[in-house]
Design a protein around this ligand. Structure first.
Ligand code: NAD
Length: 329
């Protein structure tokens, strides 16, 4: 589905180059964070914002929430005056007059968020990482139960041990699991080691024999080659847009590997953050924990239909969007 709005943010004087994308406001106002990373071109920045905004829509639809998806992506390499860029982003959010709410995402610091918040109240400044991690753990619990795997003794390989990956690893270790992990950042590795994660080289992660493979770094990790190589029973992780290649879905399914859609597994942050804007109080622990039931329901539906959970969820998303697009009487 084409995004409802794509707004280019461009101001060479301060080094602002980016995009605000509103995927849809049909279910309700759009929500999605602001990402500031090293894109190699404006086209890749725009494409990333479009993909991420669409995934945000699915996070709300799959949880039955009245929100749509949005996203801001900004080219880090272009920035000349970071504070001025953040103010311009705040002004752009404010101009959307409550049809879009932003928040943290990769590469945005608390100082950046505070600068954006000087210009608009339509931005979440709280750390949503813990809620994201809780949601991933609920999805993992449901998947393990569905696949007859006990958390006690479960072997997990985690890619990315940051704000979400590390608490997920800690929860699994606490439940009696064994966790191997990799991170490209030395400080993240040191924290993970203290938490009991067995560290391995990032390049060896795909070869780990495990029950759960959990992508918690950047997206785009599932392609034909990785889907053929993974030696696990399930894939459940925090990373947004894990699929680099739609064929990976069929390959994983044919190999008997259960892949839980990322937009479901990582929706805890969206639930926590969006409810605060929608009703004035943040999403509760119970609302985040409902990811467990939603995951179990999806996996049972997929089994009944003999189809990959991804395909079943996408059919549900298309139907939900079509229903919301119909004129209301
Ligand atoms: P983070 O930056 O705190 O952690 C990501 C970690 O992954 C970093 O330590 C980084 O060094 C590591 N990493 C990146 N590429 C890697 C690679 N190829 N191999 C090994 N390690 C790698 O980010 P986060 O907040 O933990 O988010 C992780 C993922 O979850 C991202 O894709 C993010 O978009 C998604 N997500 C985050 C939230 C949230 O609220 N934080 C919510 C939903 C989804």
């Amino acid at each position: 589905m084409k995004p409802e709005r794509v707004i280019e943010l461009s101001d060479p004087a301060i080094g602002l180059q980016g995009f605000v994308v509103i995927h849809t406001t049909a279910p309700g106002p759009a929500f999605g964070g602001c990402r500031v990373i090293g894109y190699d071109s404006p086209e890749s920045c725009r494409a990333d914002a479009i993909r991420l905004a669409e995934a945000m829509t699915y996070k709300f639809l799959i949880n039955g929430m009245p929100g749509g998806g949005g996203k801001i992506a900004v080219m880090r390499g272009a920035i000349r005056d970071r504070r001025a860029v953040m103010h311009a982003i705040g002004d752009a959010i404010e101009a959307l007059d409550g049809s879009y709410y932003s928040g943290p995402d990769s590469g945005l610091t608390p100082v950046d968020l505070a600068a954006i918040a000087e210009r608009t109240s339509h931005v979440a400044t709280e750390d949503l990482g813990p809620a994201a991690a809780d949601g991933v753990v609920h999805a993992i619990r449901a998947t393990a139960e569905h696949c007859g795997v006990a958390l006690d003794g479960m072997r997990t390989a985690i890619q990315g041990l940051g704000a979400v990956g590390l608490p997920v690893a800690s929860a699994l270790i606490k439940a009696g699991g064994r966790v191997v992990g990799a991170d490209v950042d030395a400080a993240a590795r040191a924290r993970a080691k203290s938490a009991g994660v067995e560290l391995i080289e990032p390049g060896r992660l795909l070869h780990q024999t495990c029950e759960l493979w959990s992508p918690c770094g950047l997206g785009g990790v599932l392609n034909r080659s990785s889907a053929r190589r993974l030696d696990c029973k399930t894939v459940v992780g925090a990373a947004n847009n894990q699929l680099a290649d739609g064929d990976a879905v069929g390959i994983l399914h044919a190999r008997g590997i259960v892949f839980v859609p990322d937009f479901l597994a990582n929706s805890g942050a969206a639930i926590r953050g969006a409810w605060r804007q929608l009703r004035g109080t943040p999403g509760t622990d119970d609302e985040v924990a409902a990811i467990y039931d939603t995951t179990l329901r999806l996996l049972r539906d997929a089994d009944r239909l003999g189809r990959p959970p991804w395909d079943v969820a996408m059919d549900q998303m298309r139907q939900a969007l079509a229903e919301r697009a119909r004129p209301r009487r």
